[in-house]
Write a protein that binds this ligand. Structure first.
Ligand SMILES: Cc1ncc(COP(=O)(O)O)c(C=O)c1O
Ligand SMILES: [Zn+2]
Length: 400
């Protein structure tokens, strides 16, 4: 029974070609443990006609319902997420000939782009009868799961690194979630979560270890193409990469739109990572097909402190398949980019979200971005929870 029009058919493992029935709760591939991705009957859609019909739909991510996994409208758990504005940034003399755009996911419910993935994943989880969810998080994913879990009336547990800002912990608790803090990074939080939860019936909502968060993130790509209809599709998207779901999601969006005959050229995807934790950029430079874990990770941007992203094969595939690349930025450059965006453009974003702006000088110098191109900076999170003074003080103190 479907009334959203979802064309979901199956979940597929790209590593071993196993196909899984999507009507039962499942995390990773039962055969090999890799990421499962949703597949749709794209041949049932008249792509260009469908694309035009979207104009009449409400400005939220559920407008793409046919290519989302939720079957029944009553299952949708929503706080009005999606369709964040794209704003034009000021031309900068140091980046001659570049037109700069920013996608403002800092304005989404819960203050970050994590709302997209969690809205879709929590809706689907509750549709499949799951009542008890958990996630290891650097902060924003935890807040988003706690909020959507509260909305859906589900039990939620969040595993956070012990250095997570108290405001994040309190926000998760305000939404009614249980919080467990774990020494180390999200990697250790993930390991503790999986061992403590084992056998207790909770469902793991970790990035790319469940199949539907990436479907929510896919709408980032759909929106960019839709909002840039008038011929201003960016040549490049510069994105702050941690767990990599955003890159995998946008690449999946562009690939589906190409199959549907809606898109003929794909923006190049660039991953920006901090110098103190750059496993994806290192793998790109080494020509590797998967990342190796980053030793002694440290950065001022909590969401980018991901030393060993799961499903890195998919992240690298997205970057390479789009013709993009990656670069690193220092923590100091990130903080200066936060100030530059605030002072020059009136935009106050989180350290992660400022990383793409910080990367522009290097990407221009390296020839990745060229005069005449339109470049979209993906603003993934709001600056409101952050104090620049505290962030600077944490830099002066150095890593713990
Ligand atoms: C604000 C912000 N930006 C970027 C990221 C990294 O996102 P992704 O997992 O899509 O690479 C995170 C992850 O926590 C985040 O909170
Ligand atoms: Zn597999």
């Amino acid at each position: 029974m479907t009334d959203t029009g979802s064309l979901l058919t199956s979940l597929e493992c790209r590593a071993c070609c196993t196909t899984v029935d999507p009507e039962r709760p499942v995390g990773t591939c039962p055969t090999c443990g890799h990421t499962l991705l949703a597949a749709y009957r794209l041949d049932r859609l008249d792509g260009p006609a469908w694309w035009d019909s979207l104009l009449a739909r409400p400005p939220m991510l559920w407008r793409y319902a046919e290519l989302l996994p939720v079957r029944r409208a009553e299952s949708i758990v929503t706080l009005g997420e999606g369709y964040s504005p794209i704003v034009r940034l000021r031309n900068r003399p140091e980046f001659p000939g570049l037109t700069l755009l920013a996608k403002s996911d800092d304005l989404l419910p819960t203050g970050s782009f994590k709302a997209r993935g969690m809205a879709v994943a929590v809706s689907r989880a509750s549709e499949l009868g799951l009542r008890d969810l958990y996630v290891p998080s650097a902060g924003n994913a935890g807040i988003a799961l706690a909020a959507y879990g509260a909305r859906a009336g589900l039990r939620v547990r969040i595993y956070l690194p012990d250095r997570t800002a108290p405001t994040v912990i309190e926000t998760c608790r305000a939404y009614g979630a249980d919080v467990v803090t774990v020494p180390g990074t999200i990697r250790e939080a993930g390991a503790t979560a999986r061992s403590q939860e084992s056998g207790h019936g909770g469902f793991d909502m970790s990035t790319l270890r469940e199949p539907y968060r990436v479907e929510g993130k896919k709408t980032m790509g759909f929106e960019i193409v839709e909002q840039c209809r008038a011929g201003t599709l960016p040549d490049a998207i510069v994105y702050p990469a941690g767990g990599g779901t955003g890159l995998v999601g946008m690449y999946k969006a562009f690939t589906e739109l190409r199959t549907l005959g809606v898109l003929d050229r794909m923006p190049r995807l660039y991953a920006v990572q901090p110098e103190g934790c750059a496993p994806v950029v290192r793998a790109l430079r080494d020509g590797a097909s998967a990342v190796t874990p980053w030793d002694h990770p440290s950065t001022v941007a909590p969401g980018l402190l991901v030393p060993a992203p799961f499903a890195s094969e998919r992240i690298l595939e997205a970057i390479r398949g789009s013709g993009g690349g990656g670069t690193t930025v220092s923590d100091d450059e990130i903080l200066r980019a936060m100030e530059a965006l605030a002072g020059e453009d009136g935009v106050w974003v989180s350290p992660e979200a400022a990383a793409p702006r910080a990367a522009l000088p290097r990407l221009v110098r390296e020839g990745a971005l060229r005069s005449g191109e339109t470049v979209l900076l993906y603003h993934t999170g709001s600056g409101l929870p952050f104090s620049l003074g505290q962030l600077r003080a944490s830099l002066d103190r150095g890593p713990p």
